[in-house]
Design a binder for this molecule. Structure first.
Ligand code: PGA
Length: 248
């Protein structure tokens, strides 16, 4: 039997509520997910509720938010709490995406607080880690990724840790059309998986992200270290995204 795979669509700052509804209609028409395949969608916070309603409830589906704040409520203009996200229909949260870290200045301490808040509020955190091009060229890839992982997960008990899913997304591969080779990705995935097991994670799942598309998804997923993919640009077209989810 083929191993379980997660196909996660990160819509970033795209897809309005009406577009999410139209996407769901086109995506769902005749869709038959393969055994063990899950499909997760991360719309903008303003489209989470529309997406959750339009996709409906399926065992293979989850709707998530792209970011959460660690505080439960209050004067945090522009931020989304875990409870607000959950009330809109999210069951998953991206945490520590490289655009949050590098465009919006999120620190590793912030990321750790967000992981804790997501878990405390009942959302599954999809924790993103990855090195910059300079860090890669300096031979620091694994050190950076393991440092980010350690910082984000420090202090979690075994039950909390067991719910965390990780995405390895090299920063230089995101939105650039460059992607790690399957072997390159697998090497980092092995290091991540090893660190998670050492920390007590019973069954780590590690997704790969960064310029995954219809042309390279199958080759990447042929590498057994990859438990799925996190996809930005190539998840915005329903037909193209479906062919990745169905085909790879
Ligand atoms: P990309 O984005 O597929 O457009 O490179 C991936 C991500 O940022 O999650």
């Amino acid at each position: 039997m083929s191993r379980p795979l997660i196909f996660a669509a990160n819509w970033k700052m795209n897809v309005a509520p009406a577009e999410a509804r139209a996407f769901a209609t086109r995506f769902l028409d005749g869709f038959r997910p393969g055994p063990g395949r899950s499909c997760w969608f991360f719309p903008s916070a303003v489209s989470v509720e529309a997406a959750a309603a339009a996709f409906g409830t399926h065992s293979w589906l989850a709707i998530g938010v792209q970011d959460v704040h660690w505080e439960p409520k209050g004067a945090f203009t522009g931020a989304t709490s875990v409870a607000l996200a959950a009330a809109a229909g999210a069951t998953v949260a991206l945490v520590g995406h490289s655009e949050r870290r590098h465009v919006f200045g999120e620190t590793e301490a912030d990321t750790a607080r967000k992981v804790g808040a997501a878990l405390a509020g009942g959302l599954v955190p999809l924790l993103c880690v990855g090195e910059t091009l300079a860090e890669r060229e300096a031979g620091q890839t694994e050190a950076v990724v393991l440092r980010q992982l350690g910082a984000a997960l420090a202090g979690l008990g075994p039950a909390a840790l067991a719910r965390v899913i990780v995405a390895y997304e090299p920063v230089w591969a995101i939105g650039t059309g460059k992607n790690a080779t399957p072997a390159d990705a697998a090497r980092v995935h092995r290091a991540v998986r090893g660190a998670l097991v050492a920390a007590g994670h019973p069954e780590p799942r590690v997704l790969y992200g960064g310029s995954v598309n219809q042309g390279n998804a199958a080759a990447l997923l042929a590498e057994p270290e990859l438990d799925g993919v996190l996809v930005g640009g190539a998840s915005l077209d329903p037909a193209g995204w479906r062919s990745i989810v169905e085909g790879a």
